[in-house]
Design a protein around this ligand. Sequence first.
Ligand code: ADP
Ligand code: MG
Length: 601
Amino acid sequence: MNRISVLNTRLANQIAAGEVVERPASVVKELLENSLDAGAKRLRVDVEQGGAKLIRVRDDGAGIHKEDLALALSRHATSKIRELEDLEHIASLGFRGEALASISSVSRLALSSRAGSSSESSGWKVAVSGQDMAPTIEPVAHEQGSTVEVRDLFFNTPARKKFLKTEKTEFGRIDEVIKRLALSRFDVQFTLQHNQRQVHQLLPANSEAEKRRRISLVCGPAFVEHAIQLDRQGPELRLWGWVSLPTFSRSQADLQYFYVNGRIIRDKVVTHAVRQAYRDVLFHGRHPAYVLYLELAPEAVDVNVHPTKHEVRFRDSRLVHDFLFSSLHKALADVSPEAQLASHENSIPAMAGGDEGSALSLERQQSSLQLQEPASAYRHSYSPPPDRGELRSELAFTTRLYEEDTEVPPLGYAIAQLHGIYILAQNAQGLIIVDMHAAHERITYERLKAACEREELKRQPMLVPLSIAVSEAEAGCAEAEQKALFALGIELERVGPESIVVRQIPSILTDSNVEQMIRDVLSDVIEYGSSDRIVAHQNELLSTMACHGSVRANRQLSIPEMNALLRDMEATERSAQCNHGRPTWVYQSLDELDKLFLRGQ
Ligand code: ADP
Ligand code: MG
């Protein structure tokens, strides 16, 4: 064994850096968090070669006093906490006093700053050198605020450097860090440059419209168009933000931003609560998108769990889980056709104004730009009818009258049925197309659930008991789960090794194909196992029942029947998606129809 010796300062810091400085994006995160902690309102990030060559963060925050500059670069030095109790109600993003020391041990770092309150007329710059990381301070011209310049990251730790990916990948991660922080502080301006080219300029967003615009730039306009805004205040908690309508789901969990007291986190409790809230409405294997902010007393959450502070520990995680679940569940249940139509009207026109050049938005604009191109190509050869403008304003006028006086319901009135599948309806602003089966399925499902909850699911005896030939396993299952099935409104009996007789079914399902429904329910029960699991899967069973109990394609509906369905949809929770997460209706405004026909271009 070697004898024991104390590590030199640089090596000790390099070891600490192993935890927090994984890649250029981690440097950007730490530096920006420092700037935000310093009260900065304008942040500028310059990056070269994916951050491997240069990362420069400049802010207009409080700055650092000359006497404190050297300390800022040493480990276990912080202005954010003083004693143990402070750890219990952290309001700043940083508090470990490690970031600058760690980063400067694995790069060439220079920190320039000028404190606002100081009488000094110029700023000061500090850098460290050698194994003991001795600081050198010199005067420098600087406005109030700080600039941290990090060059040649990992130049002295080649093992780390080897792990860096391509410039594009590393820059992508930096971009993601900026996006996360930009969503956490709407009031702050963010500018990002890569290889001297501006990638983002996000102006401060104070009004609701500006916030929506920032969300649109960061998450793409489609998200904003298909998101529900919520704000719920509990006794000790507040949850606000935007969640996607179930029909705007994603194949990956890549558009999920969750903030706890302004800090982005990933947390199992949160993920589970969100998934559960979407369970009933999301297409299988799809992920919801959200930007959510949870606010609670700092004492109720421990942020000192992980060096990068991406994780937190809730003091009462049950409370947080239930609050999240119930808030989101309600928000999703409350999506009425009215609300959805309103969000349709508010949707932000793609790519409005000054943020051109934003890599992420450019990419996301592609599809909508492509849609518009043919239109502009035709523009020269096609002249719109001259009276279009008049017609339009007249229409708007009558529409308004219509709205005020007769109150056209949100989903309008049915005009026709298309191919036995779709209902066409006209509302005050345009065309509604309803998938008749999908809509009816949701309505039936919600009714079944409500009835089940009230425990008064009405059973109706079959006129002639229905005997069904089944497999032995199915018959056994039917026998074993008789009670549970009865609770679901199905009374049946095993009458032989491979046969059962159905005597009663939920009255709501009398019109449906009972045999098929029973088979599906049994196969579900077999798949999900014992009876206590039935309770858990009750909704799934109800969903299966609803699917088979709902109007199938090719059934002719009368206009009054169609209108009744539309009114039912307006009154039913979660009516915008069928039980499998597919949309039940879509809307085309007159403006959109006009575009299809190149009217008024
Ligand atoms: P921590 O953020 O955990 O305190 P850091 O190593 O990141 O630790 O920073 C050390 C100290 O340097 C901070 O506590 C803060 O006082 C000061 N500091 C760092 N960056 C800035 C900045 N951009 N503006 C003002 N002060 C800063
Ligand atoms: Mg810090």
